[in-house]
Structures are given as C-alpha cells and as structure tokens.
Design a protein around this ligand. Structure first.
Ligand SMILES: [Zn+2]
Length: 77
C-alpha cells in the first residue's frame, strides 16, 4: 500500500498537554503526544463527574492501572 508522500507532516497540539506533536502514521497515539496523554484524556472523559477543569483527572497510580489494562487490549472481555 502506498503511503503518500510525507514531506509535509501535519503538526497538532496534544489535546492533553498542548505539546506540539507530528500527526504521523508512526505515532499510534495521535493526536496525543504519547500513550500517557491519550490515557489521561480517556480517563478524563470516562470519569467526567470527578473532572476539574485544568487539573489532571487521575494520579500516577490510576495511570499505571490503565496502562496495564491497555496492554491487554485485543482480548475479548
Ligand atoms: Zn501530551
């Protein structure tokens, strides 16, 4: 499959941390800069009732649990 020319990668701001990130097929977490930011954002909307604007929606412990869960994705529940 032809992947077009990538001479002009699109640059977007990570919705979570606002860091500039290239929208590239090599970035599986786009539009986020990282898995961490993607999961943080998922946690934010999944847990919206506890959400405080501008604040992280979860702490590092919760994130570790989410990451562990994400590593098992693809398994039927
Ligand atoms: Zn980010």
């Amino acid at each position: 499959m032809n992947t077009q020319d990538t001479t002009r990668p699109l640059e977007v701001a990570c919705p979570q941390c606002r860091k500039k990130v290239l929208w590239s097929e090599t970035n599986p977490y786009r539009p986020f800069c990282s898995k961490r930011c993607r999961l943080l954002d998922l946690g934010a909307w999944a847990d919206e009732s506890h959400r405080i604007a501008g604040e992280p929606a979860m702490d590092e412990t919760d994130l570790d649990a989410l990451l562990a869960k994400a590593d098992r994705d693809g398994e039927p529940s």
